[in-house]
Design a protein around this ligand. Structure first.
Ligand code: TAP
Length: 482
């Protein structure tokens, strides 16, 4: 099927006012590092340097934790839930007012299409603050247990795939429950977190309630190891999650870990095929497949496998890959050279192990990090591309004959974050949801997110939930105060 030619429709980047360099946001102010270094944040679609950012040292992390403790023992700790809620509402409204600025900056720094940052990331980030603002004065009625109280200082470390959205998943519940925060964004995507620090200043949040320290893994490790941190909230790879679990073993620190996934998207022969094809595309090509709950394993019933294959490839041939700031773009840039290398290595392994590779035909820009939407058929369960998280625009297709076989194959993974089921039969949806070992099961849809709905994993996808009433539970301690 021929692609229509579209005139370019670039979103202007003039709305973003980037500074040449950024300090750390500690105690309500941007400050210089004590003994840290600097690194550059680049645009993955052009490789242009966007800004120089500070790599926080252990001393900087210590200053941030001290500021967070002071705020917790001071004004913030004494504030009523209703007043905390007012700050959260204010932050949510400012995020809405500055939505275009955030969307453009997110697409520049992360490489994701503006259509997604504008319509998904930023509105959902604001929604998380609105939702948690409503809880701040109602914690006693949230069935969290008796006398829910904050832990104190929370250390939070987030990945690069949804930088502002993951920040809001972390900061909104922490503040609603009365904790204070030290957060580290990912090394390759620090810029929307730094813009968010400006929002906190605009909202007049008391100093030290939220501190943002940029840097790489060593800065994250310094937060994890700091004795002044009461609770950790981490989103990232299972490998780093295991290291964190090991480093805090034997301490009194609480932790929630949101880790990787290898979700099955399961299509039965009675599913509406065109809708299912849209769901497959959304499941694995949304955000370049940099999604922990991506439907990276397609399980399709054998009797319709050829038909799904044909329609899926036709649909993929219409996807537009390119400039993230162009409003026509469906698939943007891969976030970093390192991630591109990992995707390239795993897809080479797929071919070497005998699966059949297909790529959508499209021209890729000459600069930046790019990967064509790719489908592997003839995949067996032992192949690395069926077992390991690729975290890129790559789909592995397997087939099944019976619902039991679908369940066995879907659960044959160390992960358990999400799954999708496509069928017309309600009873089958309920039976499958019961059998699948996944924190979220979508029925006749995929990648739907809502702040009211808890999200999190089984097995090596981590523990704890984020969002909804269950997400609040991770940020409070309950029972007697003695
Ligand atoms: P990671 O390499 O694990 O990085 C996540 C964060 O941890 C980054 O801020 C990273 O800093 C930091 N970090 C690295 N080493 C650390 C250490 N030793 N101690 C403390 N922090 C450390 O993952 P990633 O490549 O950024 O993200 C992709 C992974 O995240 C995928 O596996 C994906 O499935 C998972 N993910 C899960 C979810 C949920 S909700 N389950 C959501 C999104 C992503 P640097 O960036 O500076 O290295």
């Amino acid at each position: 099927m021929a692609k229509f030619e579209y005139a370019p429709a670039p979103e202007s980047r003039a709305i973003v006012d980037l500074k040449p360099s950024y300090g750390l946001f500690i105690n309500g102010e941007f400050t210089d590092s004590e003994g840290g270094s600097a690194f550059k944040s680049i645009s993955p679609s052009t490789e242009e340097v966007l800004a120089e950012v500070t790599a926080a040292s252990e001393a900087d992390v210590d200053r941030a934790v001290v500021a967070a403790r002071r705020a917790f023992n001071g004004a913030w700790g004494r504030m009523s839930g209703a007043d905390r809620g007012k700050y959260l509402f204010r932050i949510a409204r400012i995020l809405q007012e500055r939505a275009r600025e955030f969307a453009v900056l997110e697409s520049l720094d992360n490489g994701k299409p503006i259509r997604e940052s504008r319509d998904v990331d930023v509105p959902l980030a604001a929604a998380h603050f609105f939702y948690h603002a409503g809880w701040a004065d109602k914690l006693d009625f949230a069935s969290l247990g008796s006398n829910p109280r904050p832990h104190g200082v929370v250390g939070q470390v987030i990945p690069w795939n949804f930088p502002l959205l993951m920040l809001s998943w972390k900061i909104a519940p922490a503040l609603a429950t009365g904790n204070t925060v030290v957060l580290k964004p990912a090394e390759t995507t620090p810029l929307t977190a730094l813009l968010f620090a400006e929002v906190l200043q605009q909202a007049d949040l008391p100093p030290g309630v939220v501190n943002i320290v940029t840097g790489a893994g060593a800065t994250g490790q310094a937060i994890v190891d700091h004795p002044g941190v009461d609770k950790l909230a981490f989103t990232g790879s299972t490998g780093v999650g295991k290291m964190i679990a090991r480093s805090i073993a034997g301490t009194r620190k609480k932790a929630t870990l949101e880790l990787g996934g290898k979700a099955a998207n399961i299509i039965f022969d009675d599913a509406p095929i065109d809708q299912a094809v849209e769901g497959i595309v959304n499941g694995i090509f949304f955000n370049q497949g940099h999604v922990c709950c991506a439907g990276s394993r397609l399980l399709v019933q054998e009797s319709i496998a050829d038909e799904v294959d044909r329609r899926l490839k036709r649909r993929l041939s219409t996807l537009r890959v390119g400039d993230p700031l162009d409003k026509n773009t469906d698939v943007g840039a891969i976030n970093s050279r390192a991630q591109l290398e990992r995707i390239t290595e795993l897809t080479a392994a797929g071919e070497a192990e005998g699966a059949t590779r297909w790529e959508a035909e499209c021209e890729l820009p000459s600069k930046g990090f790019w990967f064509r939407p790719t489908v592997f058929t003839g995949v067996s369960q032992t192949h690395r591309i069926a077992q390991e998280e690729i975290f890129g625009p790559v789909l592995s297709v397997l087939t099944f004959r019976t619902p039991h076989e679908a369940v066995a194959k879907a659960n044959n993974t160390p992960y358990g974050l999400s799954a999708g089921v496509w069928t017309e039969k309600g009873s089958r949806i309920l039976w499958m949801a019961d059998q699948l070992k996944a924190g979220v099961v979508w029925a006749n849809t995929f990648n739907k997110f809502d702040p009211t709905s808890p999200f999190g994993g089984y097995k090596e996808s981590g523990y704890g939930r984020e969002g909804g009433r269950h997400g609040l539970a991770a940020y409070v301690t309950t029972g007697d105060t003695k």
